[in-house]
Design a protein around this ligand. Structure first.
Ligand code: GLP
Length: 235
């Protein structure tokens, strides 16, 4: 695992976006980028929106979506991605799991196949304060494929800030599994603020355990972790 510690949030966004951009420029024939939601990648998306980089050869696949929310629901991850990136940057194609299908398990299988067919060249990741990646909560097997997962109370509370009330935060999500994420050629994980310090320390220094899903990344051959000083505070 390689890592980089920067002073401020703006630097974190800039350094991380530049790493993404390098990948995009390295693959003029086309590539697939795995994208994430949450507050961690917001700065990266801001840099991306401001740059006038041609991304028409780039396919994107997101990590997850809430079960029960339609793509046009104001709090869906579809809407989040549209607002923060897709409305401004033109990609070849962009995919997220569909949250409001009749059968979420079937949708998970379809999405897993899609991701495997595309193959992810670089995956952008955040980390939850309980060490989750995408919506793989503690206890998720390391070989999990895309699946429906029940969100922990702490994750629902952490994500409440994007909703009006805690009751509005969905209780389930469709998420790429840890095994799906580990298939990506490269992984770029970004974390900022002291809220993440403990999870970051466990991810980088702790034993690989399902209790902290991000620890699996120690076994990936090409991971870059970009941290601000607060997130790196316990290293
Ligand atoms: C969410 C997302 C994750 C994200 C994490 C951290 O639940 N499903 O992909 O990495 O929580 O969120 P944030 O960046 O807002 O702290």
């Amino acid at each position: 695992m390689k890592w980089m510690i920067v002073k401020k949030a703006e630097e974190l966004a800039n350094v991380s976006y530049q790493l993404m951009k390098q990948e995009i420029l390295r693959h003029p024939e086309g590539l697939t980028i795995g994208l994430a939601t949450g507050s961690s990648p917001l700065g990266v998306y801001e840099e991306w929106r401001q740059d006038e980089l041609d991304c028409r050869h780039v396919t994107t696949v997101n990590l997850d979506e809430y079960v029960g929310l339609s793509p046009d629901h104001p709090h869906s991850y579809h809407t989040f991605m549209k607002e923060h990136l897709f409305d401004t940057v033109t990609f070849k194609e962009s995919y997220l799991p569909i949250g409001n299908t009749a059968d979420s398990h079937q949708e998970s299988e379809r999405y897993e196949q899609l991701v495997r067919t595309l193959g992810i060249d670089i995956q952008l990741l955040g980390i939850g304060s309980n060490g989750h990646i995408a919506f793989n909560e503690p206890g998720t097997p390391f070989d999990a494929k895309t699946h429906v997962t029940e969100l922990t109370e702490s994750t629902r509370m952490a994500n409440q800030r994007f909703f009006d009330r805690l009751e509005d935060v969905p209780t389930e999500a469709i998420t790429m599994g840890i095994g799906t994420i580990m298939e990506a050629e490269k992984i770029l994980l970004v974390a900022s603020s002291e809220r993440k310090a403990e999870a970051v320390r466990d991810m980088m220094e702790g034993p690989a355990t399902v209790d902290c899903p991000a620890t699996i990344l120690q076994r990936h051959a090409d991971v870059m972790v970009v941290l601000d000083e607060e997130a790196a505070g316990l290293l």
